[in-house]
Design a protein. Structure first.
Lengths: 314, 353, 477
C-alpha cells in the first residue's frame, strides 16, 4: 500500500480485470438484492422518524422523502426527531411532566456488559481453541462437543439454578454476574470458531520458528495470532451481536441499575397501558442498532481479508 | 508435538498427590452428590464450588508438571463454562429425577418417572411429541432456508466490486436487530388491517389476505422472519471461506479450462466446507431453541407450538421444574444425535476427500 | 413445610405482635425503612410512585422509601415468578394478577394479612371499604374465603368503548331502524341497555368494505362494527368467554365448591356450549386479525383507536390511550357504556363479567419494621383523598365512598359505567393450578376462534382436562 490508495479506490472504484474482480454491473445487481434485503430494517429506521399519529396509517406511510418523486405522496410523511427524545424522557402519567426513562443508563449497561464479556470470551476462547488445536488432549473431540452442548438447551432450563447460584454468591443484579454469564454464553461459539481458524493454519512456519528457538508463547503471539485476525474479527462481531440482543438472562439476572436495552425495550411493546408504541420501539431499536452497526462496519475489512491470509493451506 | 510428552508417569487413582486429577474428580463427585442431597442449597453450593476449585487446581498442577500446554490453555475457559453453564445444566439434570415444582417446598426422588411422563403420559405426552414434530419442521425449513439464502448471498459478494463494503453492511444488518423489535415489526408487516403485506396483496387481488390464518401461512411467516434475520450469519461465514481461496488456484484452473462446476467443487468447496459445517451446526442448535418469534407472531396458534416455547410454559409459567428439565433433556438428546450425525458425515467426507 | 419455615413463621408472628405492642415507643427514634416493590411499568403504578414521593408522610416519623422496580408488562410474570421461586426474597410488595394468588400463596411467598387486619381496626375498616367483588377477587385465597392477601392497586372491569359519530349518524340510524326495527344505540344510556344480540347486529350492520358508504361517505378503509378479545395469548379470550357463560346461566369450574364441584358436566354443560357458540358467532363480524388468533386486548384497542371499528369491549386499563390525540383518532368521538348483558328470566339484563385489574400483596420475608410501614402505606393508599387523586389521574377506585362521590364520573368517560359494573364482577380460579388450567383452555378456545373446532368439542376437551387435573390435585372428589 506504499503507493497510497486513491480516494476512488477507497470507496470501491477500482479497475476491474482481476479474476476475483467484477465491475459496476455486479454492483448494480447486488445493490438491488441488498436494498430489498434491507427494506424491513429500513422501514423500522424510517418509523423512528415518523410522527406518532401516523404509525398505523392505512395505506402505510413508508418514507420521509419521496426520493425525487419515486414514491407517491400518500406514502410520504414529514420526519420528526421527537421519538428519539421520547426514548430518554417522556410523559408517563396522564397530564404529568416528562420523566426520565433511564434509557441512558440502559444503553451504557448494554455497551459495558456486551463489550467486556465478548472481549473476555475472546481472550479465554482463543487461548482454549489454540490449546485444542495445537495440543490436543485425550478425548479432545469429547471436550469440544461438551462445550457445544452448553449452547443446546433453551436458557429457561438453566436459569433457575443460575439465579440460585447468583443469589448465594451475591452476584444477582451485578455487572460481574451478568458479564461472567455472557462470557460463558459466548465461549462455546468462540472456541469452535477460533479452532476452525487455527486448524486451517499451516504448522510449517510454527515448527520452523520452534527449531529456531522461539518460545511457545512467541509462536502463539507472533506467528499464529496475526494469521487469524480475520477470525478474531468475525468471532468478535458474532459474539457482540448475540450478546447485544440477549434477552432472558438479562431479564432475570439484572437489576434496575444493570438492566440492558433489550429488556427495557419491552416498555414500548406494552406501553403506558396499551399495545405497541410503534414509533418509540423503532426509535429505541434504531439507536440500539448504531453501535453494533458501526463496529461491524469497521471490522468488515478484517472479516473479509480471508481466513488463511498469507499462508498455504496444509 | 514432542514438547508435550509427559515428563513423569501419571499417578494412579488412589495415590494422594496434588496432580492426581482423577482422584480429585472422584472425591469431588462423591462429596458434591452427597452435599447436594443432604445439605441445604446455600451450604452445598459453596461445598460444590470448593470441589470444582479442587479439581481445577489438580488439573493445573497436573498440566504444569507434565507440560500439558493444552490443559493449561483450556483450563480457564473450561472453568468459566463449568461454573456458568455445565454446573447449572447438571443441576437441572439432577432435578429431572425428582418431583419438584419451583413454587412448592417439597422435593421427592422419582427416578425416571418424569421422563416416562413426558414421553408416554396420555395427557402430557401428545403435546410434547407434537411440539417436537413442529420443531423438526421449523428446524428443517429455517436451517435450509438460511443455508441456501446465506450461500447465495455469499456468492454474490464473493468478488471484489465497487461499493461492495457499503452493500455488504446492508445485508448484515438484519441479524443485528433485537428479536423483540424485529418480531414485533413482523407482526405489523403481516397484520391484515394495518400491514404492508396485506395492503399490497389486497390491492392486487381485491380480496382479503390474511397470512397468519392458516398453518401454512403462519409457518411461512415465522420461517421467513427467522431466515431473513439469520441468513446473514451463514453468509458471513461462507464469505470468509470464499475470499480465502488463493487466487492463483483460480488462475491455474482458468488456464486448464476447468468447468465452473468442477472449479467450485474442487477449488472453492474445500475452503468453505468447515465453515459451512460450523454454520449448519450453530443454526441447527439455535433453530431447536426457536421460541421468541413464535411467541411474538402466533403465540403458538395455528399449530406452530415449538418445543422451546412449550418448555417455557412448563418450566416457567406452570413452574413444573423437573418435568421441564426432563423434557429439555429429551430435546438435548435429539440435538446431540443430530449434531453428531452432522459431525460424523462431515468427518467421513473429510477422510474420503 | 420444613422446620425452618415454621420457626421463621413463629418468629415473624411474634415479631408482629411485639412491634404492634410497642408501636408508640418506637416512634421516638426515626429509622430508615425501604419497601421494595415489583410493579408492571404503566401509568397506574407510575402514578402511585409519584404520589408516594410527593405526598407520603409516614406517621411513625421514620424515613420510608419506596423502591419501585418498574418491569415492562410483557415480562412481568416471568420476572416476578423467577424472583419468587428462586427464593431471591427481593421484593416486599408485588403487584400480582389475582389469579396468581393460589400459586404464590401455596409457595409460601405471599403473606396472609388477617393478623394485620385484626390488630388494627382502622386498617380493617379501610380494607373493608373496598367493594365486596373486587375485594374477593383481589384478596382471597381460596376464592371468596376469609383468608386475605392483597389490596387493590388498579381495579378494572370490561366496558364498551364506542364511537358516537358513527352510531349517532342520521343515515346509519335510519338504515339500522329499517333493517332491525330497533334504534341503533347511540348515547351512553342506550349502550348500557344493549344485549349481546344488539352487539352482534351492530357487527353485522357495520361490516363495510373499502369504498362502501359509511356515514354518507365512501369508507376510506374496511370498517367493522364490533371487536372484543379473542386472542390466544395469556387470558385474552377466557376473560370474555367467561362472561358469556355466566350471563347465560352456565359456569366455569367453581373453586368455592371444592371438593364437590365438578368440571365435567359443568364446564361443558349445554348452556355453556350455547354461550360459547354465541361468542364465536360474533368473530366473523370482527376485523380480520381475529381469524389469526392474535386479537388480544391491545390489538382490538388499537383497531378502535385507529377508527376501524365502531365498538370495542375492553378493559378500562387500556382506555387512556384513546383520549390522547397522538395515539387516537377517536378522542372527541368516544362514548363509553356498560358491556352488553343477557336478558334474564325477569327481562332484566344479567351482566356477569370477569373482573380485571391487579392487587398488590405483601411477601412473607417482609420484616416487622417494614410491615408496620407497609400497613401505614396501604392505609394511606386506600384513603379517600389519595384514591380520589388516583382516579383523577386516570386510575380507578374500588373504595365505595370514592366511586360513589358524584365527582367520580367526571374524571373519565368510562367512569359512568364503573359503579354499575362492580356489582356484576366475578373472578376465575385462584388455585395454584391456574396457569395449567388457563393455557389449556386458551389453546382450546383458540382452536374454536380460528374455526378449527366446534364449541362442543372445545368445551368437552376443556372439561376433560380440568376434571383430570383437578382430581389429581385433590380439588375434585
Amino acid at each position: 500500500m506504499a503507493s497510497g490508495v486513491s480516494f476512488w479506490e477507497r470507496i470501491g472504484f477500482r479497475s476491474g480485470g482481476g479474476v476475483g474482480d467484477a465491475g459496476w454491473g455486479r454492483t448494480l445487481g447486488v445493490a438491488i438484492v441488498s436494498l430489498i434485503y434491507f427494506l424491513p430494517v429500513l422501514f423500522i429506521i424510517f418509523t423512528a422518524f415518523k410522527p406518532q399519529e401516523l404509525a398505523l396509517s392505512v395505506p402505510p406511510t413508508l418514507s420521509p422523502t419521496s426520493f425525487f418523486g419515486l414514491i407517491p405522496d400518500q406514502f410520504v410523511f414529514s420526519p420528526t426527531l421527537e421519538n428519539f427524545g421520547s426514548v430518554f424522557s417522556r410523559v408517563m402519567t396522564a397530564g404529568g411532566a416528562p420523566e426520565a426513562t433511564g434509557f441512558d443508563r440502559f444503553f451504557f449497561n448494554s455497551i459495558v456488559i456486551a463489550t467486556v464479556s465478548v472481549l473476555l470470551a475472546l481472550v479465554l476462547g482463543t487461548l482454549a481453541s489454540y490449546g485444542f488445536s495445537r495440543y490436543p488432549l485425550k478425548g479432545n473431540d469429547t471436550y469440544l462437543f461438551i462445550i457445544l452442548t452448553t449452547r443446546m438447551l433453551p436458557a429457561i432450563v438453566v436459569v433457575i439454578p443460575i439465579i440460585l447460584m447468583f443469589r448465594a454468591v451475591g452476584l444477582a443484579g451485578s455487572y460481574t454476574g451478568i458479564i461472567l454469564l455472557y462470557t460463558a454464553f459466548n465461549l462455546a461459539f468462540t472456541i469452535w470458531m477460533m479452532k476452525s481458524f487455527f486448524d486451517e493454519l499451516s504448522t510449517d512456519v510454527e515448527d520452523a520458528a520452534r527449531i529456531d528457538g522461539s518460545s511457545e508463547t512467541k509462536v502463539f503471539l507472533k506467528i499464529c495470532l496475526p494469521q487469524v485476525v480475520a477470525g478474531l474479527a468475525a468471532t468478535f462481531v458474532f459474539g457482540l451481536i448475540l450478546t447485544w440482543n440477549e434477552f432472558l438472562f438479562a431479564l432475570l439476572l439484572t437489576g434496575p441499575d444493570t438492566r440492558t436495552v433489550p429488556v427495557a425495550m419491552n416498555q414500548a411493546v406494552a406501553s403506558g397501558g396499551r399495545g405497541t408504541d410503534w414509533t418509540l420501539l423503532a426509535a429505541i431499536e434504531t439507536l440500539f442498532l448504531i453501535p453494533v452497526f458501526l463496529v461491524t462496519f469497521f471490522l468488515q475489512d478484517h472479516l473479509l481479508r480471508g481466513v488463511t491470509f498469507g499462508t498455504v493451506k496444509k | 508435538m514432542s514438547l508435550t510428552q509427559s515428563a513423569r508417569p501419571t499417578p494412579t487413582l488412589f495415590n494422594v498427590s496434588a496432580d492426581n486429577w482423577r482422584l480429585a474428580i472422584v472425591v469431588a463427585l462423591v462429596v458434591s452428590i452427597i452435599a447436594g442431597i443432604v445439605l441445604p442449597a446455600a451450604v452445598s453450593f459453596w461445598l460444590i464450588g470448593a470441589m470444582v476449585a479442587l479439581v481445577a487446581a489438580s488439573f493445573v498442577v497436573n498440566a504444569y508438571r507434565r507440560r500439558y500446554y493444552g490443559g493449561l490453555l483450556v483450563a480457564p475457559a473450561i472453568a468459566v463454562l463449568f461454573v456458568m453453564n455445565i454446573f447449572p445444566l447438571l443441576w437441572s439434570l439432577g432435578l429431572s429425577f425428582f418431583a419438584y415444582q419451583s413454587n412448592q417446598q417439597s422435593i421427592r426422588f422419582v427416578g425416571l418417572n418424569n421422563y416416562i411422563k413426558v414421553l408416554t403420559n396420555e395427557i402430557a405426552a401428545p403435546d410434547n411429541w407434537h411440539a417436537l414434530s413442529n420443531t423438526a419442521l421449523f428446524v428443517v425449513l429455517t436451517v435450509s432456508a438460511q443455508m441456501i439464502v446465506g450461500f447465495l448471498l455469499a456468492m454474490l459478494f464473493a468478488k471484489q466490486f465497487p461499493l461492495r463494503k457499503y452493500l455488504l453492511i446492508l445485508v448484515l444488518t438484519p441479524m443485528m436487530l433485537s428479536v423483540v423489535a424485529s418480531g414485533v415489526f413482523f407482526t405489523y408487516y403481516y397484520d391484515p388491517t394495518f400491514g404492508i403485506l396485506s395492503y399490497v396483496v389486497n390491492d392486487a387481488t381485491d380480496g382479503q389476505f390474511i397470512l397468519m390464518s392458516s398453518k401454512a401461512g403462519a409457518v411461512a411467516g415465522i420461517v421467513f422472519a427467522d431466515a431473513w434475520m439469520w441468513s446473514p450469519f451463514v453468509m458471513l461465514l461462507v464469505l470468509a471461506g470464499l475470499v480465502s481461496v488463493p487466487k492463483y488456484l483460480y488462475e491455474a484452473a482458468a488456464i486448464d479450462r476447468v468447468s465452473a462446476w468442477r472449479r467450485f467443487w474442487s477449488i472453492t468447496f474445500p475452503y468453505i466446507r468447515g465453515l459451512l459445517m460450523l454454520a449448519l451446526l450453530f443454526r441447527t442448535i439455535e433453530a431447536f431453541k426457536l421460541a421468541d418469534l413464535v411467541i411474538l407472531l402466533t403465540k403458538g396458534g395455528n399449530d406452530t407450538m415449538t418445543i422451546s416455547y412449550h418448555l417455557i410454559r412448563i418450566a416457567n409459567e406452570q413452574n413444573k421444574t423437573s418435568e421441564g428439565a426432563a423434557l429439555s433433556y429429551v430435546m438435548l438428546f435429539m440435538v446431540i444425535v443430530l449434531t453428531n450425525l452432522y459431525l460424523y458425515l462431515a468427518n467421513r467426507r473429510n477422510k474420503g476427500g | 413445610m420444613s422446620t425452618r419455615t415454621k420457626i421463621k413463621g413463629a418468629l415473624m408472628a411474634a415479631g408482629v405482635a411485639a412491634s404492634l405492642g410497642v408501636a408508640d415507643v418506637s416512634t421516638a427514634r426515626a429509622e430508615e425503612v425501604t419497601l421494595t416493590m415489583a410493579v408492571p411499568d404503566w401509568p397506574p403504578t407510575r402514578v402511585m410512585k409519584k404520589f408516594f414521593d410527593e405526598q407520603y408522610k409516614p406517621k411513625s416519623g421514620n424515613t420510608v422509601k419506596l423502591d419501585v422496580d418498574f418491569i415492562p408488562w410483557p415480562d412481568f410474570y416471568t420476572r416476578v415468578n423467577a424472583s419468587l421461586t428462586s427464593g431471591e426474597k427481593k421484593y416486599n410488595f408485588i403487584v400480582s394478577d389475582s389469579q396468581w394468588l393460589g400459586a404464590f400463596v401455596e409457595g409460601g411467598y405471599y403473606r396472609k394479612i388477617n393478623d394485620l387486619l385484626d390488630a388494627d381496626p382502622d386498617f380493617k375498616k379501610t380494607f373493608m371499604s373496598v367493594h365486596e367483588n373486587p375485594r374477593n377477587a383481589y384478596s382471597t385465597y381460596p376464592y371468596k374465603s376469609e383468608n386475605y392477601y392483597g389490596f387493590p392497586q388498579f381495579p378494572d372491569v370490561l366496558v364498551n368503548f364506542a364511537r358516537k359519530d358513527v352510531l349517532c349518524d342520521a343515515t346509519e340510524q335510519k338504515n339500522f331502524q329499517a333493517k332491525y326495527n330497533k334504534k341503533l344505540p347511540c348515547t351512553g344510556e342506550e349502550i348500557d341497555a344493549m344485549t349481546w344480540d344488539d352487539f352482534k347486529n351492530i357487527g353485522e350492520f357495520f361490516r363495510r368494505k373499502k369504498g362502501e358508504m359509511l356515514m354518507g361517505k365512501p369508507a376510506d378503509d374496511d370498517f367493522y362494527g364490533i371487536a372484543f378479545q379473542a386472542g390466544k395469548g395469556y387470558d385474552f379470550s377466557s376473560m370474555q368467554i367467561n362472561g358469556f357463560i355466566w350471563q347465560m346461566g352456565g359456569d366455569v369450574w367453581d373453586e368455592t365448591k371444592v371438593p364437590n364441584g365438578q368440571a365435567e358436566g359443568v364446564v361443558n354443560s349445554p348452556v355453556a356450549v350455547k354461550a360459547l357458540e354465541k361468542y364465536l358467532s360474533m368473530i366473523d363480524y370482527m376485523p380480520p386479525v381475529a381469524k389469526t388468533g392474535t386479537m388480544d386486548i391491545f390489538k382490538s384497542d388499537e383497531l378502535f383507536r385507529e377508527g376501524k371499528v365502531a365498538m370495542n369491549i375492553d378493559w378500562i386499563g387500556v382506555g387512556e390511550a384513546s383520549l390522547d390525540p397522538k395515539t387516537s383518532k377517536v378522542v372527541d368521538k368516544l362514548v363509553v357504556g356498560l358491556a352488553p348483558g343477557t336478558p334474564g328470566p325477569d327481562g332484566k339484563l344479567v351482566r356477569w363479567s370477569n373482573i380485571g385489574g391487579q392487587p398488590f400483596v405483601l411477601t412473607t420475608w417482609t420484616t416487622d419494621a417494614q410491615i408496620k410501614e407497609a400497613v401505614e402505606f396501604v392505609k394511606w393508599w386506600l384513603s379517600d383523598d389519595i384514591q380520589n387523586q388516583f382516579a383523577a389521574a386516570g386510575g380507578q377506585s374500588a373504595v365505595k365512598s370514592v366511586y360513589e362521590n358524584p365527582k367520580y364520573v367526571t374524571y373519565r368517560p368510562w367512569n359512568r359505567a364503573w359503579a354499575a359494573s362492580l356489582d356484576w364482577q366475578k373472578d376465575v380460579w385462584h388455585v395454584p393450578q391456574f396457569f395449567e388450567l388457563l393455557t389449556q383452555q386458551q389453546d382450546q378456545f383458540d382452536l374454536a376462534i380460528t374455526g378449527k373446532q366446534d364449541a362442543k368439542t372445545t368445551l368437552d376437551n376443556i372439561a376433560k382436562f380440568q376434571q383430570n387435573l383437578l382430581t389429581e390435585a385433590g380439588l375434585i372428589q
